[in-house]
Write a protein that binds this ligand. Sequence first.
Ligand code: TEU
Length: 545
Amino acid sequence: TDTAPWWQAATGYQIYPRSFCDSDGDGIGDIPGIISKLDHLADLGVGFVWLSPVYRSPMVDNGYDISDYRDIAPEFGTLHDMDRLIAEARARGIGIVMDLVVNHSSDEHHWFQSARRDRQSPYRDFYVWRDPAAGGGPPNELQSNFGGPAWSFDEVAGQYYLHLFDRKQPDLNWQNPALRREIYEMMNWWLDRGVAGFRMDVIDLIGKQPDRGITADGPDLHPFLREMHAQTLAGRDVVTVGEAWSATPAGARLYSGREARELSMVFQFEHVTQGWHEVHGKWRPKPFDLVALKAVLDKWQIALAEDGWNSLFWGNHDLPRAVSRYGDDGRFRVRSAKLLATALHLMKGTPYIYQGEEIGMTNAAFSDISQFRDVETLNFHAIQTAAGVAAAEFMAGANANGRDNARTPMQWTDGPQAGFTDGRPWIEVNPNHAEINVARDRADPDGVFAHYRALAALRRELAVVRHGTYRPHLQDHPQVMAYERWLDDERIVMVANFSGRPAEFDLPAALQVAGRCVSASLAPRTSLSGRVTLEPWEAVAIHAT
Ligand code: TEU
């Protein structure tokens, strides 16, 4: 385990730059703002930052629509600011991981502009063009992830083009070797600037074969990733994480297995989608079901125990706030936020903290559609209300699961606009910043921040956290999550009550333990045995040697 890669000992932190910290009062977070907060991240103990896109972009999807891969959006800063961020982070032992969005570009990228104007352009084949179907209309029935057809007719081009997301996000054609070469050169350009790796947006889609209706997991996906690795990542000590909504445990080993030579790890989403309605999806979340959630997490822990590597996360910029989705964002907010941290960060894998999670930030509570900014939410609002869904019903779904929940500004202080900006923020600040903010939480030795900091330190300190074998217990218990980790003579036992009621149960003999309390959402305990009663939202982890 001494030779294990650095990112297996690191805790990651995701920054959504638009909402993190605004240095110049235009209401939009920026890179100088991030630099001004690096000490917050260094104190937290994170090893790397996954930075959501900061490239030049018309911002239809807040930067996931890139018009120049080698420049920075003016609202975020300059290339010089980016170099400074990389250096200042590095000086604090923090790597900057760029978001690599190469399944699609912006339609305002010069490649697309040239491609649409000229069939002979060398860039025409960088995108996916098709003639209308025989009777007119789109070439087939493929649907966009943001609703509506995945094909739009371009008047200038005289053909349909593919977009698996918004119509302003045309899909790149990975079948074209010249496109792939451009991407690899661009990746090397960033790696040479000192970035610590990449988070790869919807990477499971690049092997698409749209004429066969294949989007995720196309036959060329893994060959492309192996080629990318050989051309860019090989021989560099970087971390890579692929976003893969389609990933199964067996599939994850293809990406991140010992012999794979593709990625360090993937983000899988089975623990997220198990809570979505079978037909209506994220817009109608199912009630929280701990047994189902544990089944997914346990499956992934066990499947990647010997080969491959897990990423561990509750939330990101596309998902609701962890404490609102899985905890209690009212009476037991602090306690349940700590419980979620303990339960996740003592599993095997690389944990990711989404900005604001380290102080227990909650979902937004918007009452009117005009408060929303997210392209996905606005598109589906139009589609679903036109289809007869009541406005109130859609709003309930968006408030529970919409992407803007995670995108309200970072709450630094109890002052105006939560200390995020001196201007007018691009999206409303959550009014609960009077209560929930970094200054207040950090001043509390029993705050959420201190709890996360201790967990990040524990991961660096204890090999059993990084590499110990995982075994789940009480899998059918509707309130309690329980597992043990062990490595040689060391053990960690973790038990957590995911409910607002006391949980009383007989501790399985295998979980009897006495030792040092390494994490607790309430008063520490140094032993567990016999009949145990956990307080509401109590989590405790004990380390024995
Ligand atoms: O997300 C991929 C993605 O599929 C999500 O948009 C997802 O479909 C949706 O939230 C579930 O309803 C990535 C980025 O994380 C996201 O922010 C981008 O909008 C998307 O890709 C397109 O680049």
